[in-house]
Design a binder for this molecule. Sequence first.
Ligand code: TMP
Ligand code: MG
Length: 212
Amino acid sequence: MAGRRGALIVLEGADRAGKSTQAKRLVEALKERGYKAEGMRFPERTTEIGKLVGSYLEKKSNLEDHTVHLLFSANRWEQVPLMKEKLRSGVTLVVDRYAFSGVAFTSSKKDFSLHWCKQPDIGLPKPDLVLFLDISPEAAAKRGDFGNERYETSDFQKKVQKRYAELMEDRSLNWEMIDAAQSMEDVHSAIRQMSEDIIEQAKDQPIGKLWI
Ligand code: TMP
Ligand code: MG
């Protein structure tokens, strides 16, 4: 059967906003409702490139800032053939972080522009929906400590939030801001409804290209 592709749904947001939990629940809920759905996450730490990125995040290695930015992007590109194959076979992909994390995090470092940071991810499959789980740094802190990985400090996370806000000004993307301070259940029903709507809308449309 031609057409009838799956939707590309991305979850973004600060640490402790509940992205990974919500991504898993969303996949389960969509499957229960009869959709084909699978989860993915970036960085995908199991590939060769992903291992380099993982070791950098765990502070077991150091990498030059431009270099690691390009590795994060390459880690997405290496999944693109698989992503397209899945989408075309009707599978909806629920992705935990994507190019927006790439840009928001690197551009929070000194001397990195949003413009430069976007370049390597231009042309990736364009998400049909980007769910931004919005949580204040205070509310996030109440959910427990940050981990020990690189970037997990409140100063850096505040800069990242500002960069996300800049990225959300781009109206060529379908951003939906979700109040992540609500109960897990309320967040879940909100994003499930939005996801079901977008699956219906996207199914007969071609896969778009990000930032083109
Ligand atoms: P995780 O905790 O969701 O596995 O994400 C790992 C960290 O990597 C998180 O701090 C965000 C950061 N990151 C980037 O700096 N660039 C990227 O492209 C991605 C996907 C994540
Ligand atoms: Mg983390």
